[in-house]
Write a new protein. Structure first.
Length: 295
C-alpha cells in the first residue's frame, strides 16, 4: 500500500463522485477507478457502494478513511516540521473562513509581517471540513463551530446579538430594544444562505415574529446601507471592535434575545502549525478579546 493510493482514496472519499475526484486529482477517471479497485482487493473488503460515477462510503470505507486521515496528517505534519527545521522562518498561512468578515482588521497583522504568504478562501462548514481533512488548509474560523474529536477548537468569541442602528436613527437614543416592538422597522438582512442569516432567522422564528425586510443582500452592501442610515440590522457584539461599520453606528442590547453565537478557530489535532500560523492564532485571540493586538 502506497501513500499515493491513500491520498487518492482520501480525495475520492471526500467527493464521493469519480469524475469530480479525478478532476481534483488531475488524473483520468479510469485510473482512479482502477486504483480504488486495487485498494479494495488489497484490503479484501469493499470501501464504497457504487452507483455509476457516484460512490458512497460504506462502513468499511468510513472506518478506513478515519485511519487514512490520521496517517496523511501525520505524514504531512512530519514533512512540514522537517522543512521548518531546515528553514526556521516558515512564513506560510493557509486558512478558510465561513465569513470573510471574521478577518476584518487583519491588515494590522499583515503590515507587521510583510514577508508572510497567505492562502485564504471562504467556504461553508462542510467544505471547510474537507479542506482540513485533506490538509489543504492549516486552520479555519467558523460560526457555527466544527465538531469532532479530530479537531482542536479555540473559542474566539461567544458573541451576543445586537441591533445596529445609525446614530441619526431615533432608536439610537435607546440603550436596548425588544425585537417584538420594532418588527416594523426597515430591516436590512443578509442573504438567506449565509450562516449569520440562518442564525438570525432562527431568532425571529423562536420569537414568533415576521420582521419587515426592506433588503436582503451581501455583507458589503449591508454595511454600506447601514452606514448610510437606510435601515437597521441584527449584528454581533464583536462587529464593534472588528470595525465592521463606521463610527456612526450604535449597537443596542436586544432584551428578548438571549442566544449567543460562537466564533471558533479550528485545526486538526495532529496538524503541525508553522510559526506564522501560531503567530496569527495569537493575533486572532487578542483581536476577538476586544484588545488592540500589536502582533
Amino acid at each position: 500500500m502506497e501513500l499515493t493510493q491513500l491520498r487518492y482514496f482520501q480525495v475520492a472519499a471526500n467527493y464521493e463522485h469519480i469524475s469530480r475526484a479525478a478532476e481534483a486529482l488531475n488524473i483520468s477517471q479510469p485510473a482512479l477507478s482502477t486504483m480504488i479497485t486495487r485498494l479494495e482487493k488489497e484490503l479484501n473488503v469493499p470501501l464504497f457502494d457504487h452507483n455509476g460515477r457516484s460512490i458512497v462510503l460504506n462502513e468499511n470505507g468510513r472506518r478506513f478513511l478515519k485511519r487514512v486521515n490520521h496517517i496523511l496528517t501525520e505524514v504531512d505534519s512530519s514533512k512540514r516540521e522537517l522543512q521548518e527545521m531546515a528553514n526556521e522562518h516558515d512564513n506560510t498561512i493557509s486558512l478558510a473562513v465561513s465569513s470573510s468578515q471574521f478577518l476584518q482588521g487583519m491588515h494590522t497583522f499583515m503590515y507587521q509581517h510583510l514577508d508572510y504568504k497567505w492562502h485564504q478562501r471562504v467556504a461553508d462548514n462542510k467544505e471547510i471540513v474537507s479542506l482540513l481533512n485533506l490538509g489543504q488548509i492549516d486552520m479555519a474560523v467558523t460560526s457555527p463551530r466544527i465538531y469532532g474529536s479530530d479537531y482542536h477548537s479555540i473559542l474566539l468569541s461567544n458573541d451576543e446579538f445586537k441591533l445596529a442602528v445609525h446614530k441619526d436613527n431615533p432608536l439610537a437614543q435607546k440603550k436596548s430594544v425588544r425585537l417584538r416592538d420594532i418588527q416594523d422597522e426597515r430591516f436590512i438582512m443578509l442573504l438567506k444562505d449565509l450562516p449569520f442569516r440562518i442564525q438570525t432567522d432562527r431568532i425571529f422564528t423562536e420569537l414568533g415574529i415576521t420582521p419587515l425586510y426592506s433588503m436582503e443582500c451581501d455583507h458589503l452592501l449591508r454595511r454600506e446601507l447601514i452606514n448610510a442610515n437606510a435601515g437597521v440590522t441584527i449584528a454581533s457584539q464583536s462587529a464593534s471592535f472588528r470595525h465592521l461599520y463606521s463610527d456612526n453606528i450604535r449597537f443596542l442590547d436586544i432584551e428578548d434575545v438571549h442566544q449567543t453565537r460562537e466564533i471558533v478557530l479550528t485545526y486538526l489535532n495532529d496538524r503541525h502549525l508553522s510559526h506564522a500560523s501560531k503567530a496569527f492564532i495569537s493575533f486572532l485571540k487578542q483581536k476577538f478579546s476586544g484588545d488592540d493586538p500589536k502582533s
